[in-house]
Structure formats: C-alpha cells, structure tokens
Design a binder for this molecule. Sequence first.
Ligand code: SAM
Length: 250
Amino acid sequence: AGTLYVVATPIGNLQDLTPRALEVLRSVSLIAAEDTRHSARLLQHFGITTATTACHDHNERDKSARLVERLLAGEDMALISDAGTPLISDPGFHLVRQAREAGVRVSPIPGACALIAALSAAGLPSDRFSFEGFLPAKAHGRRQRIEALAAESRTWMLYEAPHRLLECLEDLLDILGPERQVVLARELTKTFETIRGAPLAELAEWVRNDPDQQRGECVLVVEGAPQSTDEDALDPAAERVLDILLEELP
Ligand code: SAM
C-alpha cells in the first residue's frame, strides 16, 4: 500500500513550507486539498504540478473511501488544508481515520500551525494547555462555552474569525473579569504580525478603539484561572482557632 502524508502548509509566509513538504508534494501522485483553487496558488508558486482533488467538510466522508482504495492500490498521496496543519480546525479527520483503519501508513510532515506559533510567543504557561478551536458563532453558545472554561487552570487557546473578535473579547471580559491575562496573536508570520498581551479589560479596549486590530486572522491565548490552593488553605473555622492560639504564644 501507499502512504498518506499529512502535510502542513504555511499560515502566511510562504517561506514556512518545509523542504520535506516540497519534496513530498512533488513526489506523490495526488494531493487531496481542502480547496483546490486556493491551494493552486501555493502549488504554482513552488512550481508543483501534482494533480489535486477536493477533500473538504462536505464531501470528506464519501471521498475518503475512494482515496483509501487508491492508497491501498499503492499510490502515495498528500493531504493539505488551506493553511497550516490539516485536522487542526481543518478537514482531514475522516480520511486519516479511514486510512489508518485500512492499515495504510499515515505519516505527518510537520510545519506551521497557528495555535503552536501563538503559544510559543505568548509568554503564558505552556507546559500544559488546552486547544478549544472555534467557539460557537452564536452568543448564547459562545458564552456557555466560556463559562465552562472559566475555572480551567491550564492556558487555553481559541481560534476566532476577525469579524467576531470584538464580540468574543467582550464576552470573555464579562465572564472571566477584567484582570485575566489574554494574548492576542494576529496575522502570524505576515507583514502586520501583532502579538499583544494584556489584562482583558485593557485588551478589549485596545481592540474596540482600533479597527485595524479587528482585521486579519487571530488566535487568543487565555491565561488559566488561578490554581485553587484548597489543599493548603484552612477553612475559616480553623483559621480563627489558629489566630486565637497564635495570640496565646509567647
Ligand atoms: N489548520 C490551521 C492551523 O494549523 O493553524 C488552522 C485553520 S482554521 C480554519 C483558521 C484559523 O486559524 C483562523 O481563523 C485563525 O484563528 C487561525 N490562524 C490561521 N492563520 C493564522 C495567522 N497567520 N495568524 C493568526 N491566526 C491564524
């Protein structure tokens, strides 16, 4: 059987396509792309003439079966999305799953990923973190999700569409309070790359007052809730007893 390569493509700066990605995209017999017209620009730029086929959210389940047949017949194939790493808030899950279930070798060609790029530059704890993808587009669902995340102690990250950024920040401010530190990473690897961290009240105000900040692609990196110190903390009754005892000490 052939190999399915899961290939990361740039999230802005075309120089971020790795030499190995180039080699694989040139050598496979077919590239399954989220949007073939979008990827045509990237492929043209690098002079890659490999055939492409569409594999996106709407056809992926059916399409995957046919692609897996071709893999089983011995063809090597690459999976790419419009930008960054496939399967990370992008199509590819069904294809990768079906390929693995069929016993096809699946090999990642790592590269750009907006969430990892943002986390690596945010300066918030990164030893453990949670990626929450896109929040629901409607206000009610979005607020519910933020409420469910309010007590999360790990750093957590969101993808957001530019036209919803301000609404999202207002909801975060409302639910998490003005002090929570959030880093907004915009237009990573592009000309107007901006990474700004501030307490939520300040960050929301900055975005509210500067429409330029409401354009382009962005990632939000949210500081985790302060760790509860339950184990060390004394309950109030014990605290009072301790105060009385301490007063009696010589
Ligand atoms: N698969 C991609 C990856 O590996 O990052 C993510 C695809 S998802 C459909 C698109 C979202 O990723 C955008 O809405 C934005 O939140 C984030 N994103 C992509 N490129 C970005 C960039 N250059 N700077 C900041 N965020 C970016």
